[in-house]
Design a protein around this ligand. Structure first.
Ligand code: ZN
Length: 268
């Protein structure tokens, strides 16, 4: 009898654990076609004649080179920045904005949220938000987690904060050690209208020197988009054209973060 009870209790605990683990990871179904309705992510914006270019993992040592190249092609981009990098050099995000581009939140520490407990992941969001908003003076409106991986807490919390969850439609696999400028440009290919393109402007969390290959591929990617009749824009620009977005204004950040519940790191 006792053995049977232990067996039933153990089975129930194991089942509960599986259900919790499934719930924790569930938002990543949004990356697949069958989960897009339940966990919507922005990967393409319904717009003609333009694509959105995004860079993750900076701002790093090569930022000026990327800004110069983008300027040369009259292209604009969204930079999903890492809090610890912003903390080390807060002026760099201002450089991004002053050059006509846009800043989104990537994380504070670049770790996979799927492998972190909910409270720790939300604390990471809090810390990143405070650091980036203090540096830019503008509220966060765009969000992309490390590796594009959510957990249930960050999915819910990003929605509660009103952030647009930005995924991507095209990428150059530029973080891989085997990537070359040619493979990166080929990976991105010829974009369709409204596509969101993912690249990386720093190598702190990927193969050493990877940003050099991305930078070398960038002119080709921009020329291909131009030849296809596409203007290269930030995510916010495309969302605004689609009528679904109000760009963040300077000085609204602190006012937005005065809500105490915002800083507790708990999911409501
Ligand atoms: Zn990243």
């Amino acid at each position: 009898m006792i053995v049977r009870r232990l067996f039933v209790t153990g089975g129930a605990l194991a089942l509960s654990g599986l259900v919790l683990a499934g719930a924790h990871a569930a938002p990543n179904l949004g990356r697949k076609w069958y989960g897009r309705r339940m966990f919507p992510l922005i990967r393409r914006i319904p717009i003609h004649g333009a694509v959105a270019l995004t860079f993750d993992d900076g701002p790093g040592e090569a930022l000026d080179d990327f800004l110069t190249t983008l300027d040369r092609y009259n292209a604009r981009a969204t930079f999903f920045v890492v809090g610890e990098q912003v903390k080390a050099a807060p002026g760099r995000v201002r450089d991004i904005i002053d050059a006509g581009h846009e800043v989104g939140l990537h994380c504070y520490h670049h770790r996979n949220y799927l492998h972190r407990p909910p409270w720790e992941a939300v604390q990471d969001l809090d810390r990143a938000q405070a650091t980036i908003e203090d540096a830019t003076g503008r509220p966060i409106t765009l969000y992309r987690p490390p590796h594009g991986m959510f957990n249930l807490a960050t999915f819910i919390e990003s929605g509660r904060r009103g952030w647009h969850r930005v995924y991507w439609q095209r990428q150059g696999w530029d973080w891989e050690a085997s990537a070359t400028p040619e493979s990166i440009a080929a990976g991105v290919g010829v974009p369709d209208p409204g596509d969101i393109i993912l690249l990386h402007d720093d190598d702190r969390y990927s193969a050493p020197g990877s940003w050099r290959r991305t930078l070398a591929a960038l002119p080709r990617i921009l020329e291909t988009a131009k030849s296809a009749g596409m203007e290269v824009c930030s995510v916010g620009e495309l969302l605004a054209r689609a009528g679904d977005y109000a760009p963040p204004r300077a000085s609204a950040a602190r006012a937005q973060r005065t809500d105490d519940s915002y800083r507790t790191g708990r999911v409501s």
